[in-house]
Design a protein around this ligand. Structure first.
Ligand code: FES
Length: 286
């Protein structure tokens, strides 16, 4: 983990309201595990001054500007404009200065038995799944991506998964792209066909709850990446705690999403308590 000031390389709208930001990160990209996140702050900005958590979509290298210089290391975030903070981010350009803390948190465990791996993402929940798909493919797993959204505008970057060699399935609630309906209906069918699969999920809480119920019904392992209120990102403020499995007043169990997660095995969590959350943090809402 490192806290450093750096610059934006590019910041492009890839679908209405969705942006992809590439940031220069010398010495960082090779440390990133699939599912980790970073805390991002626009430097020299007026409020909102707090850092915000964002999942890491991709890492890589660019050719250097001049012979003899090392390649430029970068990482990418994909984010949705939902409030004043993300609106401010969407107006940034290449060369603007920002501050980064990361990579943070525990990522996905890719050493799960079985060859079939099903990744399921809802909207912006697709973000942490790209590096995961890449790593699973490198370990010779068969990877399927189930991607759902309300409309076709919420379906982002699917072609990039296909370029990796991932089999993709898309559904939208209004039927404007792919199958009409919820992506969890596709998951139910796939698990009937591939009962030995392991599932990895990220998206809004109603989708995660449905995924958890379906995976429990099929008795397949599930890892989920949670989105939570995060002020510090390093376990100091306790603003991101969720209740762990078996929590009660007599035996309290709290987990910091930023340190113990954001990726959890489904059996680590208290899903009754999860139902009281919409799965989006205040940072996500702004
Ligand atoms: Fe501060 Fe997790 S964000 S403890």
């Amino acid at each position: 983990m490192k806290n450093f000031k750096t610059i934006i390389l590019s910041n492009q709208e890839i679908s209405p309201g969705y942006f992809r930001m590439r940031i220069l990160v010398p010495g960082i990209s090779q440390q990133v595990r699939p599912g980790q996140f970073l805390m991002f702050r626009v430097q020299l900005s007026l409020p909102p001054l707090l850092r915000r958590p964002f999942g890491i979509f991709q890492t890589g290298f660019l050719e250097p500007d001049c012979d003899g210089l090392p390649p430029k290391e970068f990482l990418e975030m994909v984010y949705k404009v939902v409030g004043s903070g993300t609106k401010m981010m969407s107006e940034l350009h290449g060369g603007d200065r920002v501050e980064i803390l990361g990579p943070l948190g525990r990522g996905f465990d890719t050493d799960v038995p079985g060859q079939e791996k099903i990744l399921i993402g809802g909207g912006i929940g697709l973000v942490p799944l790209y590096l995961l798909a890449d790593e699973l493919l490198q370990k010779n797993h068969h990877v399927r991506l189930l991607m759902g959204g309300r409309t076709r505008q919420d379906i982002i970057a699917v072609t990039e998964f296909e370029r990796l060699g991932v089999e993709t399935y898309v559904s939208t609630e209004d039927g404007s792209l792919g199958e009409e309906g919820l992506i969890t209906q596709v998951l139910e069918r796939k698990l009937t066909k591939f009962p030995d699969a392991a599932v990895y999920a990220c998206g809004p809480m109603p989708m995660l709850e449905a995924v958890q119920r379906i995976c429990a019904g099929h008795k397949v392992p599930l890892q989920v990446s949670l989105e939570a209120l995060m002020a510090c990102g390093v376990g100091a403020c306790l603003g991101c705690v969720v209740k762990g499995a078996g929590h009660s007043e007599a035996t309290p169990s709290y987990l910091c999403t930023c340190k113990a997660g954001p990726v959890f095995k489904a059996e680590q969590l208290d899903w009754q308590q999860m139902q009281q959350s919409d799965g989006y943090c205040e940072g996500c809402k702004s």
